[in-house]
Design a protein around this ligand. Structure first.
Ligand SMILES: NC(=O)c1ccc[n+]([C@@H]2O[C@H](COP(=O)([O-])OP(=O)(O)OC[C@H]3O[C@@H](n4cnc5c(N)ncnc54)[C@H](OP(=O)(O)O)[C@@H]3O)[C@@H](O)[C@H]2O)c1
Length: 184
């Protein structure tokens, strides 16, 4: 068991990279789920405390491997205090698989579920264990200069960090309204 808070970040070498650095700067030990180990290594060496990153390298479409890797991480580092999930819709089983590995533990923990804009309109009912506090972040878009654009990595990371700090239950980074103005 570690003496610092522990986070799992799924998709942490992409647009959530800055969130991982922020967590380490705020005393977390962070397991980053990824496929590309080189990308992970480059990322951790950008940080002044690279030893506070752990690579959980697995393709999240591979349910058996995912179960195994998540269990290994729990056995080695303990139950995470915070799970941040950005998973593509091509892997609908990935989050339930991770939640399944965590439900046997009694310790309370928080899930920050990052979802794309289209999910806002088909509100998915994510079933979480009783000891999980569920937080949802929708990624919207930005209206500017008479047009619109998708969010930058920095805007996404800042939005997620704000949710961690302020503990919003459900929020939208950017806007989703009017939907007709979304970038085409
Ligand atoms: N509303 C919005 O504005 C909005 C919404 C969504 C996305 N975007 C933008 O769209 C861009 C593309 O999105 P993206 O999701 O590809 O970006 P991303 O967050 O930059 O990259 C995906 C992340 O998930 C990991 N990953 C992907 N597939 C995986 C798999 N099968 N198994 C394990 N890990 C996996 C990747 O690691 P590996 O590289 O190691 O596989 C990486 O860390 C982003 O740069 C973002 O800015 C914008």
């Amino acid at each position: 068991m570690r003496d610092k808070p522990y986070a799992f970040v799924i998709g942490g070498t992409g647009m959530l990279e800055r969130v991982c650095h922020w967590l380490v700067e705020h005393n977390y030990f962070v397991s980053v789920l990824n496929r590309n180990r080189d990308k992970f290594d480059k990322m951790k060496h950008k940080n002044a405390s690279p030893d506070n990153f752990h690579p959980l390298t697995v393709d999240y479409h591979d349910t058996e491997q995912l179960q195994q890797k998540v269990n290994e991480a729990i056995n080695e580092f303990g139950v995470p205090d915070l799970v941040i999930s950005w998973i593509h819709s091509s892997a609908p089983e990935a989050l339930p698989t991770i939640l399944d590995q965590l439900k046997v533990w009694e310790k309370p923990w928080k899930l920050l579920h990052v979802q794309g804009s289209s999910s806002f309109f088909v509100k998915e009912n994510t079933t979480v264990p009783d000891n999980c506090q569920y937080r949802r972040v929708y990624l919207g878009f930005v209206i500017e200069d008479g047009g619109s654009r998708w969010l930058t990595h920095d805007e996404i990371a800042n939005g997620v960090i704000k949710v961690i700090q302020r503990d919003y239950k459900e929020t939208v980074v950017g806007t989703l309204k009017p939907w007709s103005k979304r970038p085409q």
